[in-house]
Design a binder for this molecule. Structure first.
Ligand SMILES: [Zn+2]
Length: 380
């Protein structure tokens, strides 16, 4: 134990050597324990490997460091899979991996070329063949002059001195500081989950090993649930959704026609029964519970098209109560006075012009009583 300093979430521990890999080169940090105390992150700062540890230890003492193997294996599978898949894209399509990101259950590489889905599948096939052949993965330390002679996927001329070279037999060779299994079979499976255009190239999302297995499991559950909901075979789920979409479009059209018909009937009744105010205008009012804003607007438009009317449409939609006031051609009045009264009554906001105004307020239980008061005010 060389250093042990208090840190925001425990202690920052530096040891003379460690089995825990610090986050770097696109690979996530190992997790583990020091004498049984949790280490949740390891980082490299100014040449030192700092363990974020839950417990304090005396400097100078001897400690036992253990790696969390589940996490390490997950990370190695993704990381080594990235080598193999990048090699496949490079070998087949001369597409270079120019960016690598790894998060929990999410791994991506950015290629400097556009590739099609079919091409991505070809690279995926080649990569998985290399996994199934269980090719040895070796690590060697070579001077940069030797390294530059190798048929490397990614050359970095800036690196000098002794370099760490990671090589898959008859496959990927590159300089890398990460952790790797001793053979490609450990990767288990390389599965591309998505490709999309990205900065003139392609972003490839993929998962390897256990993460790929669990992702496939989740998707299987998803497609099974969908197939049960649609009462159709799994391979016909998309067809089923298409049918539902068609059905919904048909129903929407019918609903639109029915609402239109209802509005026409309502307008007829209002024309016969609407009271006349002091200025001699018909007061046409409609109060609706659970009404679509689109339908309310249509009704309001139809009512204000009638000359010599004072119109109010007040409706509850979701968490809101909305109100619209308008004057038909030739009608006397001022909607600005009306909206001010409504804002005050409902505790809402809104405004407009002399001929038309609208606003809304948060839903309240007694909104219908307030609507009645508004109507009484309009009838004066
Ligand atoms: Zn590597």
């Amino acid at each position: 134990m060389l250093e042990c300093e208090p840190a925001p979430d425990g202690f920052a521990v530096v040891l003379d050597r460690t089995v825990l890999f610090p986050e770097g080169g696109g690979q996530l940090s190992d997790t583990g324990t020091i004498n049984g105390a949790i280490v949740k992150h390891v980082r490299e700062t100014k040449g030192k490997i700092v363990h974020e540890c839950a417990a304090e230890f005396p400097v100078g003492g001897r400690v036992t460091v253990q790696v969390n193997w589940t996490d390490r294996l997950d990370h190695m599978q993704q990381h080594c899979g990235e080598h193999i898949l990048s090699f496949a894209f490079w070998k087949l399509f001369n597409a270079n991996n120019v960016g690598f990101h790894m998060n929990e259950r999410m791994v991506t590489i950015d290629l400097d070329k556009e590739v099609t889905l079919e091409e991505a599948f070809r690279a995926e096939d080649l990569a998985n063949r290399q996994v199934w052949e269980n090719r040895p993965v070796t690590v060697s330390y070579l001077p940069h002059t030797e390294v530059n002679k190798l048929p490397m996927r990614k050359k970095n001329e800036k690196l000098t001195g002794i370099l760490r070279v990671v090589a898959v037999q008859d496959g990927d060779i590159c300089t890398c500081c990460g952790t790797h299994p001793t053979a490609t079979g450990v990767v288990g499976l390389i599965k591309i989950t998505k490709i999309e255009k990205h900065k003139g190239g392609t972003r490839v999302e993929f998962l390897c090993g256990r993460w790929a297995l669990e992702d496939a499991r989740k998707k299987m559950q998803c497609i099974q649930d969908a197939s049960n909901m649609l009462s159709t075979k799994e391979e016909k789920v998309c067809e089923g959704i298409g049918r539902l979409e068609e059905e919904i479009a048909g129903l929407k059209e019918k609903l639109r026609a029915a609402v239109g018909q209802l509005q026409e009937n309502e307008i007829k009744t209002l024309l016969q029964e609407a009271p006349v105010n002091a200025a001699g205008c018909k007061v046409m009012t409609s109060v609706k519970d659970g009404y679509e804003p689109k339908n309310a607007k249509t009704l309001f438009g139809k009512l204000t098209d009638i000359p010599n009317t004072v119109v109010a449409v007040i409706y509850h939609s979701g968490e809101r109560v909305n109100y619209m006031f308008g004057l038909g051609e030739g009608a006397e009045g001022d909607c600005r006075t009306v909206i001010a009264k409504a804002n005050e009554l409902f505790g809402g906001k809104g405004g407009g012009k002399k001929e038309s105004a609208q606003g809304g307020a948060p839903y309240a239980e007694d909104w219908k009583e307030k609507a009645e008061q508004m109507i009484a005010f309009l009838r004066e």
